[in-house]
Every structure is written in C-alpha cells, then in structure tokens.
Design a binder for this molecule. Sequence first.
Ligand SMILES: Nc1ncnc2c1ncn2[C@@H]1O[C@H](COP(=O)(O)OP(=O)(O)OP(=O)(O)O)[C@@H](O)[C@H]1O
Ligand SMILES: [Mn+2]
Length: 269
Amino acid sequence: MDSLTDHLADLVADVDAALLFSPTSSFYERFANGGSEVVVVAPDNDVDAETFVDLPLPFDNVKDRIRFGIEGAMDADLVSEGDEVACVASVFEGGSDAVVRVTVDESIHTGIFDLFANSRAEPSVIRDVFEVAIELGQKGQKGKPVGALFVVGDAGKVMNKSRPLSYNPFEKSHVHVGDPIVNVMLKEFSRLDGAFVVSDSGKIVSAYRYLEPAAEGVDIPKGLGARHMSGAAITRDTNSTAIVLSESDGLVRAFKAGELVLEIDPEEY
Ligand SMILES: Nc1ncnc2c1ncn2[C@@H]1O[C@H](COP(=O)(O)OP(=O)(O)OP(=O)(O)O)[C@@H](O)[C@H]1O
Ligand SMILES: [Mn+2]
C-alpha cells in the first residue's frame, strides 16, 4: 500500500527545476550537490547559491512571491516556457513549509519582476518607494487613512507633463526616498494634494505635482479615480513607474506602461 510520501511524491516527480524561497543554509545544502537545477530566490544570497534571484520585497502574498521568482528565473534563462518547477516556500512563520508545482507559461507572466528589475529607476528605488507607500498605508496620517501618488523614474519628462499645485518643498534639498527622515516628512506631505516625483536614482524631485498625461485608452480597474488614472496614464506617456496608495481602500498599486501590474495590501506586511 502506498504511503503518504509516495502519494505526495507525485507533486514533485520529474520537475525540471526547484526554486527555493529564502532557504536556510542547511536546507539549501541538501539540494546543492544534487543533479537538478536549483535556484534560490531571497533578499540576499547568504547561502552562496550558484543561481540566485534577488527578492526586493518579502511579498507576503505567496502567489506574487512565486510569480516574481519564476519571472526572475526566466529573465536569467534558468527556467523556460513549458518547464515544470517545484517552488519551495514558507507560507507561515518559520522555515519552508509548502511545495507548489508550477508549469512555466505566459499566464504566469504578470510583469512583477520587470516592475523592479527592468524599470528605468533602480530596483532599490522602486523597493524604497513601495516600503514608504506600505508604511503610509499601515500608519496613515494621525490614524486617518491617507492616499499618495509616487511617480518613479524619467523625472524630467514627468515634470514636463505636470504642473505645480504649490511651492515645491524639495526644490533646494537632496532627499533620497530611502532616507529614514522621509517617513516622517511624507506623512506630513501626504495630507496635501498631488504627486511626488522621484528620479531614477531615488531623489525626491518634487511634491505637489498635478499630472497632465494623455489618458485616452488607459484602462484601469473600475472604481479607481483620478489619482489612479493619472498614475497609470503618466506611466504610458513616460518611462516611469507609478506607485499609488489609495485613501479609499488602503491598497498599494503599481502601474507601468499604463497597466496595473501589482496590487498589495499593506495590512499583510
Ligand atoms: N492628475 C492628478 N495629478 C496628481 N494628483 C492627482 C491627480 N488627480 C487626482 N490626484 C490626487 O488624488 C486625490 C484623490 O483624488 P480621487 O479620489 O479622484 O482619486 P482616487 O483614484 O479615487 O484615489 P483614492 O482611492 O485615494 O480616493 C486628489 O485629492 C489629488 O490629490
Ligand atoms: Mn477617490
């Protein structure tokens, strides 16, 4: 009579590769000298893996995390269309506790990896802006929910397609979106209207910008208003990425080339 192990073994039978998400070194060691392709997906390559995909955000949503890992492995030609991949991840606190078998095909491709790795702005800048938007979403402004709109990358063109709603407090300063002080400042500024414009290298170029992109044909989910529409449209008119925190539903959304690419709930972080 087959044991439970036999039944579950089918889940990983004949896979072409294994993606290990943030494995411990002892767990990784078990795979390292085997024959099959093993790709580590983690914030740092602290297990010294030969094949590694940098994970910029923890992606509490496992589907997003797996999509990011597979798209990153495809981008590095470590896996290809049609491959069967066993993804070993941690769903609950603690070590690897889940195996998800995925067939690599176009439907898995959401652009989540490109959002970080193939944007004009540096991946760390995209990550920093996400972290600020998530923090704002979690804390708001004195407990009240706030909205915010960050346009990241291609700042020159974005500034040409927008106008000031008020004086620009960042005009004479050199503040990087990853600076700790930013969290405090943005809580203040997020009460006010308009968009933040961030350069490719992460400098906050301006606050209070009113975006004026052409919006014909930009298709965003129903129920999202002008902040989201202008954020999506500017990313089609320029080579920027927009990260939008909604005051209405508290979600953080990322737009690129006029499309919604990622939606995350700050409460899950
Ligand atoms: N073109 C624009 N450029 C910059 N900021 C904008 C633009 N349009 C709207 N906003 C900002 O978005 C704020 C909210 O507008 P609106 O409620 O229409 O957007 P929304 O998409 O519904 O966002 P939320 O989900 O946060 O309510 C406005 O007060 C303004 O600060
Ligand atoms: Mn609204």
